[in-house]
Write a new protein. Structure first.
Length: 32
């Protein structure tokens, strides 16, 4: 059970900053 709940958390911790970075860039290109 611990393994199954740990992996999505790890993926989330890795992909969330990436997603935020992409969103930041998209907004930057949209407004400029």
């Amino acid at each position: 059970m611990g393994c199954f709940s740990l992996r999505p958390l790890l993926l989330l911790a890795f992909f969330l900053p990436l997603l935020l970075l992409v969103e930041c860039r998209v907004r930057h290109y949209k407004f400029n």
